[in-house]
Structures are given as structure tokens and as C-alpha cells.
Design a protein around this ligand. Structure first.
Ligand SMILES: Nc1ncnc2c1ncn2[C@@H]1O[C@H](COP(=O)(O)OP(=O)(O)OP(=O)(O)O)[C@@H](O)[C@H]1O
Ligand SMILES: O=P(O)(O)OC[C@H]1O[C@H](OP(=O)(O)OP(=O)(O)O)[C@H](O)[C@@H]1O
Length: 211
């Protein structure tokens, strides 16, 4: 039997994902935090785990390089991959928000400048309201943008609100709730239907056992 390939987001949700898999009885040999290895195998469940940057998980799954993926809804909203989203795993909870200095006018004359790691999500949000924007793509420390005068506002993830507070910013508009999701390649869902369903049911069992 061939391996079912699972793409897992590196970064802050990786540990919770690994714990969920372990709880479901899926263990990868030689997996430890210090390792630089990117591919791991579990020969009992016949699952091959690949570690990729969170933003790249939808690409791997959409193209069939991975059959299934575990990734934040933020990256699904941003990348808009043609995949199935089958489970809300309920960890990595946070939300998207428009943020800036208190009192910032989002309906100002002219174009609002919006800095974000998520330019597509920002465009969609403001388009729905008929507000013209110019997006400035950043890759981190997004809260700096209004502080330093690079943009009027930001669209970013807010979890505790601590980063906004410490930089003198506030939420101007709440957006979508974000959490970690299980996604599946459309072809794999059909051609490897039994394997995919077995994996999902195993994962659900591990998940019910912890929750
Ligand atoms: N406070 C938070 N900040 C960022 N992401 C969070 C937070 N809470 C939960 N998440 C989730 O964790 C996922 C991974 O976040 P992480 O910051 O590790 O990845 P990243 O954005 O690719 O980071 P980097 O570009 O800094 O490597 C996000 O896609 C999001 O779904
Ligand atoms: O509401 P909080 O609990 O403060 O969390 C939100 C912050 O966390 C994320 O940044 P991250 O730590 O991923 O760093 P980054 O600046 O590299 O994106 C996000 O982009 C916010 O800056």
C-alpha cells in the first residue's frame, strides 16, 4: 500500500497538530523539535508527513503533492485553493480584523491604504463594502505599518490583542473567525476515498478523546 501524504503547517500550530495525530495513534519515528528533517513516516497508518510553511499547505494539497493538509483558515481564505475543507479542528483560534489608530476613518476621501500578510482577504473585505483600497503586502510585524505611516490600517490576525495594544492600535472592524482546518485534495477524495475516510475517522476519534 502506498503512503497517504499529509502536509502539516510548520509554526505555532504544529505542536497541537502533532499532539492530535499522536492521540489518534499516529506516531512518526525520529520526529523531534530540533530536527531539520521535513519528511516523516508512520508505517502503521501508512501516512507520510511533510512539514511545509503554513501559507504553502493549500498549494501542496490543491496540486495533489499532498492528499490531505492541516492548516489555518487564514491561509485557506487567502489562497482560495480548489480543495475540500472537511473538518474544523478547533485549535489555533484567532480572528481576522481591520486594525489601526482609534478614530481612523475607513470611508475617507481617496484610497485607503491597507497593509497585510493577507492582501486577498483584505481586498475581499473592503470590496464587499465598496471601499476602494490599495494593499501593501508585508510578511510580518504588520502592526508597524500604521505606526510608521506606511498604511492607514492593517488587516491581520488578532488572538489576545496584545500586539495591537502594545503598539497603540485597536480593532476597527472584526472579520472572520480563524481556526485550524483539515483539507483534502479533490482527486484524492475520490480515488483514495477509503484511505481518506479512514484517516478522517481516526483523527476524529483522537480529537473526541481529548475534547
Ligand atoms: N496569534 C496568532 N498569530 C498568528 N497565527 C496564529 C495565531 N493564533 C493562531 N494562529 C494560526 O497559526 C498559523 C501559523 O502561524 P505562524 O505565525 O506560525 O505561521 P506563519 O504566519 O507562516 O509565520 P511566519 O511567516 O512568521 O513563519 C496561522 O496560519 C494561524 O492559522
Ligand atoms: O493578538 P496577539 O495575541 O498579539 O497575536 C497577534 C499577532 O500574532 C501574529 O504575529 P506573529 O507572532 O505570527 O508574528 P509576525 O509579526 O511575524 O507575523 C499576528 O500577525 C499578530 O501580529
Amino acid at each position: 500500500m502506498s503512503y497517504l501524504t499529509l502536509a502539516l503547517a510548520k509554526g505555532r500550530t504544529a505542536e497541537a497538530s502533532i499532539n492530535l495525530l499522536a492521540n489518534a495513534g499516529i506516531h512518526f519515528s525520529h520526529l523531534n523539535e530540533d530536527s531539520r528533517k521535513l519528511v516523516f513516516y508512520d508505517d502503521d497508518s501508512m501516512i507520510r508527513l511533510i512539514f511545509v510553511k503554513a501559507v504553502d499547505v493549500p498549494t501542496y494539497v490543491e496540486n495533489g503533492a499532498a492528499d490531505v493538509g492541516i492548516v489555518g483558515k487564514d491561509n485557506i481564505i487567502e489562497e482560495q485553493p480548489d480543495i475540500y475543507e472537511l473538518l474544523d479542528l478547533e485549535f489555533g483560534q484567532c480572528h481576522f480584523a481591520v486594525a489601526g489608530f482609534s478614530g481612523t476613518n475607513l470611508h475617507k476621501d481617496g484610497t485607503l491604504t491597507v497593509a497585510s500578510k493577507y492582501p486577498t482577504a483584505a481586498e475581499k473585505h473592503f470590496n464587499r463594502q465598496g471601499i476602494p483600497i490599495e494593499t501593501i503586502k508585508l510578511n510580518g510585524s504588520v502592526e508597524l505599518a500604521p505606526v510608521i505611516g506606511l498604511a492607514d490600517v492593517i488587516v491581520d490576525i488578532v488572538e489576545t490583542g496584545g500586539t495591537l495594544r502594545e503598539n497603540g492600535l485597536t480593532i476597527l472592524e472584526e472579520m472572520e473567525a480563524i481556526s485550524t482546518r483539515l483539507i483534502v485534495n479533490k482527486a484524492s477524495f475520490t480515488t483514495k476515498s477509503e484511505r481518506v475516510h479512514t484517516f478522517i475517522n481516526t483523527l476524529k476519534k483522537g480529537w473526541n478523546d481529548v475534547s
